[in-house]
Write a protein that binds this ligand. Structure first.
Ligand code: TRP
Ligand code: SF4
Length: 544
């Protein structure tokens, strides 16, 4: 024991715990860790990676930003992590390919990064756990120290960065990251990442960064460089070969994800689309073309050779869809006149070298038509064409990136209410806190309890608004859903009072910190053997 307080000898307050059969997985379950949803002053309309990270309403993220609900995918995830089962991981972008790979045993990867701006705390533990879990499911796991970002966007000195970096790495290892099997690196030290960042930077321009991140004329160039570095971090696991890759992060990082997915697509040599005639068409026009093609029996003189001109007439008569697509597509069809309407798969030359374009022409079996900037094929389906495009790209020196996926976790509510913040020590539990200090912080935490014990017995506590309940759900219950459910039900049922509840949580935190710090020490002795250099030999320039 690192303390002479006598609190750990107290009798356990949960003698009368009853069992509960409630399931976390029911998506309408009330037993979701829902803290943080009512944070005051939270910004509803923007996600800012360098701003304050409270989210007023998680639903907005689905509606406004197109983040998908994790619950919808949960049944497809093999042995989902408890953070997934409990709705702490609430959203994702395109996680399905990762879940599929986990099921089929195909390669996949997980990567996240940490800005070493302070001590790692229990909020960071969520991300550590997510990386480690993916590693245990068979994925290639990566964790990086975002030292360039900390220096350029947050102004930390290299000495501060080195100290914090070591602390992040030790906690990650203590929580179970396997460094033999996984990759740890610092942004500043990874030459491949820097080279990739440079290539990706060629696909993005200032106006775009301005629109996404609100950069302006005052934004320094290194900060911009840290953005392209993060883009390279996100795609780094695919450098050897493309594979589904998940980036576990908080929703404040979503702007980075959107840009990374865009850049991954822009680097691709070929686009693959459906087409119906020799001319180019956008998505809305293609929908109309598909309708005209499907209705060919109705109007074509020779139904196996419906003419473009005939399709134009049919569309004008049968589709009054407002908007430009009808006007533009019928004009194109008229222009094509007697050309037959015929479905095909089209390869568009986006970013291909001449050699790659030639190689693709060679690689296509069956009927094909070659144009200046595209190739039409008639004997491939969409999936086969995608695969061929990637194969040729890889064979001719391209990256063939798959768009990276992400999963998003809720932010924990601070122990003092409001936001959990590194700069307010009482609001969070640092993984380096003395266990007795952790105990004390929990004991003084805000709760969702009622004013009097009597009222609490009568009405029950408000577990959904209680940071202490969040501790149980996000951390203290670990994999034990039954225990978390029990705490919840006892609380809302009025059987659990805050004094005892906090005592139990405080003891559990204390045990956790003790155990965690022991493991950190064990790793500290082995740090030198690891493949990551934790001392930067950079000149000590004052950051701005
Ligand atoms: N920007 C992240 C943060 O603020 C850190 C980071 C850098 C990162 N590179 C990354 C996160 C790649 C995920 C993936 O914490
Ligand atoms: Fe929170 Fe526990 Fe009190 Fe319920 S009993 S409000 S979970 S501290």
């Amino acid at each position: 024991m690192t303390t002479d307080d006598s609190h750990h000898d107290d009798a356990s307050p949960d003698e009368d715990c009853r069992q509960s059969g409630a399931q976390w997985r029911e998506s309408d379950s009330p037993l979701r860790a829902d803290g943080g949803t009512e944070a005051e002053g939270a910004d509803e309309a923007t996600l800012d990676p360098w701003g304050s990270s409270t989210i007023a309403d998680y639903r907005k993220l689905f509606e406004q930003f197109g983040i998908e609900e994790f619950d919808d995918l949960l049944p497809e995830v093999p042995n989902p992590h408890y953070l997934m089962r409990r709705g702490v991981i609430f959203g994702h972008r395109d996680y399905r390919p990762v879940a599929d790979a986990m099921r089929t045993g195909d390669d996949f990867a997980a990567l996240s990064g940490f800005m070493p701006t302070g001590d790692p705390h229990i909020g960071h533990k969520l991300v550590f756990d997510e990386i480690i879990w993916h590693q245990q499911q068979g994925g290639d796991a990566y964790a990086l120290i975002a030292d360039l970002e900390a220096h350029s966007a947050r102004g930390l000195t290299w000495d501060e960065i080195d100290e914090h970096a070591t602390n992040y790495v030790l906690s990650l290892l203590a929580l179970g990251f396997d460094p033999e099997d996984g990759t740890l690196y610092r942004q500043s030290d990874n030459r491949e990442v820097q080279d990739l960042a440079f290539e990706l930077g060629a696909e993005a321009n200032f106006s775009e960064l301005q629109a996404i991140y609100d950069f302006d004329g005052e934004t320094d160039v290194s900060h911009m460089q840290s953005v392209v570095t993060q883009m390279a971090d996100i795609l780094y696991p695919q450098l050897d070969e493309p594979k589904p890759t998940v980036i576990p992060v908080g929703p404040d990082q979503d702007p980075h994800m959107r840009l990374a997915r865009d850049l991954a697509a822009r680097m691709r040599y070929f686009g693959v689309t459906e087409a119906f005639a020799s001319f180019e068409a956008d998505a809305a026009e293609r929908t109309l073309l598909r309708q005209a093609y499907d209705a060919r029996e109705e109007y074509a003189e020779e139904p196996d050779r419906p003419r473009c001109g005939e399709a134009a007439d049919w569309l004008r008569e049968n589709r009054q869809a407002p908007g430009d697509a009808l006007v533009s597509v019928t004009a194109k069809l008229d222009e094509a006149g007697k050309e037959p309407l015929r479905p095909r798969i089209r390869f568009l030359d986006r970013n291909a070298t001449d050699g790659a374009f030639e190689a693709l022409i060679e690689a296509i079996d069956g009927e094909k038509r070659v144009y200046d900037e595209h190739i039409d094929t008639f004997d491939l389906d969409h999936a086969e064409a995608e695969e061929l495009a990637r194969e040729v790209e890889l064979d001719t020196g391209g990256y063939g990136f798959l768009p990276p996926s992400s999963i998003y976790h809720r932010f924990m509510t601070g122990l003092t209410g409001g936001k959990m913040s590194s700069s307010i020590p009482a609001s969070h539990i640092s993984l380096l806190d003395d266990p007795a200090e952790g105990y004390d912080k929990v004991k003084s935490a805000t709760t969702g309890g009622r004013t009097t014990a009597e009222e609490q017995r009568e009405k029950g506590g408000k577990a959904d608004e209680c940071p202490v309940y969040e501790l149980y759900a996000y951390l203290l219950s670990g994999d034990d859903d039954e225990f978390a459910t029990e705490v919840y039900e006892e609380c809302v049922g009025g059987e659990r009072l805050c004094g005892g509840c906090k005592e139990q949580a405080a003891e559990l935190i204390e045990d956790f910190l003790e155990d965690h710090q022991e493991k950190r020490e064990e790793w500290a002795d082995k740090l030198d053997d690891l493949d990551i250099d934790l001392d930067s030999d950079r000149k000590r320039s004052g950051a701005d």
